[in-house]
Design a protein around this ligand. Structure first.
Ligand code: HPA
Ligand code: ZN
Length: 341
C-alpha cells in the first residue's frame, strides 16, 4: 500500500527536502518582474508597465502564443553579460532552495542575437552563474540551446554556426516557441547536424501540437527527451512506444494550467502518465510567468492528484534518470533519494 500523506503541510515538507533535478526550465522565463524593472532601468529600456503589480496582472494567458508574445517582450531588457548572470544566479538561488541538485537549462539565443546581443555575452553571463552555483552549492548543470520553431531552419542553422565556438559549454539543442504549424520535420537537417556534433537532442512536442509531432520528434529528430508530451496520451500506440523506450517526458503542471493545456490542475494527466509507465518528471518551465518554481509544481499537482510518497519518489528518481548526467552521477543522486526516503 503506497504511503499517503495526511496533510498538504506534510506533503510540502517531504517535497521541500526531496533531492531533485530540473530538466525543463527556460532561463528567460525565470525573469521576475522586479528584476525586469531593475534591468530596464540599468539598460535604459522602455517597458510598457508602470509597476510590478501591472506586470503580474498582464500574466493571464489563454494559450501558448499569448504567453510567448509577453515572454519575448520581457527578455528585451537583457543586454549585458551581467544581466544574463544576474538572471541565471537568481534562478539558481531559487532552485537551491527547492533542493534542486542538478539543472538542465534552456536558453533562446535567437531571442537575443536578433536584438544585437552577442552570442558570447549570453554564454559568458549564464555560465558564470552556473560555475558559481557549482562552487557554492555543489549544483551541477547542463546548458541546452533552443531553436525558435516559428523561425526558419536556415535561421536555426545560423544559430548552430554561431554556437560552434562555445560547444564546450553547450550540452544539447532543443526546439521551442509556437508549436502548431511548425512541426519537428521542419528542423530535421539542423538536428542531424547537432547530433553529429555530439550534442544531446530534445524538443517541445505535444504541448499544443498533435501526437504526430511527438512521433516526428522521435523518428525524424531522434530526440533523447520529449518536453511536455501531454498530447501523447491521445495515441495509445505512442504511449506504449514511449514507455517501452523509457523516454523521459519533462512535464510542467503549472505551465499547463496557465496556458490552458489542462482545464484545471486536478485534470492534469500526470498520474495517468505514471500509471501508463511513462517516465514523467515535474518541472517549472517559465516559473516567473506561471506562478511557481519546481517545488510549487510538485506540490500543486501532488495535492490535486493526491500523489503518494512513492509517486513523488518516482518523479524525483525520473528527474535524475532522465537527465544528461553520466551513470555514476545518476547513481549518486538516486542513492541520496533512497537515503532521504
Ligand atoms: N512552450 C514553447 N515554447 C516556450 C515555452 C513553452 O512552454 N516556454 C518558453 N518557450
Ligand atoms: Zn518549455
Amino acid at each position: 500500500m503506497a504511503e499517503a500523506f495526511v496533510s498538504t503541510e506534510e506533503r510540502a515538507a517531504f517535497i521541500a527536502g526531496l533531492p531533485k533535478a530540473e530538466l525543463h526550465l527556460h532561463i528567460e522565463g525565470s525573469l521576475e518582474p522586479e528584476l525586469m524593472f531593475e534591468l530596464a532601468q540599468r539598460n535604459n529600456v522602455a517597458i510598457p508597465f508602470a509597476s510590478v503589480d501591472e506586470v503580474r496582472a498582464a500574466y493571464a494567458f489563454s494559450n501558448l502564443q499569448d504567453f510567448l508574445d509577453i515572454y519575448y517582450q520581457g527578455m528585451g531588457v537583457l543586454h549585458t553579460e551581467q544581466d544574463f548572470h544576474d538572471l541565471t544566479a537568481a534562478y539558481l538561488v531559487r532552485a537551491h532552495t527547492d533542493a534542486v541538485r542538478h539543472v538542465e537549462i534552456f536558453f533562446d539565443p535567437q531571442g537575443h542575437t536578433e536584438r544585437g546581443v552577442a552570442f558570447a555575452t549570453i554564454i559568458a553571463g549564464i555560465t558564470r552563474a552556473l560555475d558559481d552555483a557549482r562552487a557554492r552549492y555543489g549544483m551541477t548543470s547542463k546548458l541546452i540551446m533552443c531553436f525558435l520553431r516559428h523561425l526558419s531552419e536556415a535561421d536555426a542553422e545560423k544559430t548552430l554556426d554561431a554556437a560552434l565556438p562555445y560547444l564546450d559549454r553547450i550540452d544539447g539543442v532543443g526546439l521551442d516557441s509556437s508549436e502548431v504549424g511548425h512541426p519537428p520535420a521542419k528542423f530535421e537537417r539542423v538536428f542531424a547536424r547537432a547530433r553529429t556534433l555530439g550534442l544531446k537532442l530534445v524538443a517541445h512536442a505535444g504541448e499544443e501540437g498533435p501526437p504526430a509531432y511527438v512521433h516526428e520528434a522521435l523518428d525524424l529528430l531522434k530526440v533523447d527527451r520529449i518536453d511536455h508530451g501531454n498530447r501523447s496520451l491521445e495515441d495509445p500506440a505512442l504511449v506504449a512506444r514511449l514507455a517501452a523506450e523509457g523516454m523521459t517526458l519533462t512535464v510542467c503542471p503549472l505551465s499547463n494550467l496557465k496556458l490552458c493545456v489542462v482545464d484545471a490542475i486536478d485534470a492534469h494527466p500526470l498520474r495517468t502518465m505514471l500509471v501508463a509507465g511513462l517516465r514523467a518528471t515535474v518541472n517549472s518551465d517559465d516559473p516567473s510567468y506561471f506562478g511557481g518554481y519546481v517545488n510549487a509544481n510538485y506540490l500543486a499537482v501532488a495535492d490535486a492528484l493526491d500523489l503518494s510518497k512513492d509517486d513523488l519518489i518516482t518523479l524525483a528518481r525520473n528527474s535524475f534518470t532522465g537527465s544528461f548526467l553520466n551513470d555514476a552521477e545518476k547513481a549518486k543522486h538516486l542513492a541520496a533519494i533512497d537515503a532521504y526516503a
